[in-house]
Design a protein around this ligand. Structure first.
Ligand SMILES: [Zn+2]
Length: 102
């Protein structure tokens, strides 16, 4: 997929950090536009356009062959843990009142 097509599809912004990328930037410049396989090929990602996203050089390098589905999984787990803490707090706060009512 051409970098120009990705520039249009992603409004000229890195999918990961949102920075305006430069399609004609120097190969080592952090903001230079790159193609990134969202699910890395090494993790079973497809070669086609559906798995190709626009990323800045810096994010593409930082991501490497990391599978973003795992990041989402970790995120959800952290969020779920946060929800559990809130639920426990709510239960702890509610229990004396509940005892009084019962
Ligand atoms: Zn980026």
């Amino acid at each position: 997929m051409k970098i120009e097509t990705l520039m249009t599809r992603f409004n000229g912004r890195c999918l990961y950090c949102g920075v305006d990328v430069d399609p004609h930037g120097e190969p080592n410049a952090p903001n230079t536009a790159t193609r990134d396989h969202f699910i890395p090929l090494s993790k079973g990602g497809a070669r086609g356009a559906t798995n190709t996203v626009l990323a800045c050089n810096e994010c593409n390098r930082a991501k490497g062959d990391m599978d973003p589905r795992k990041i989402l999984f970790v995120w959800l787990r952290l969020d779920a843990r946060g929800l559990l803490e809130i639920m426990e707090q709510c239960t702890a706060q509610a229990s004396p009142r509940r005892r009084m009512l019962n």
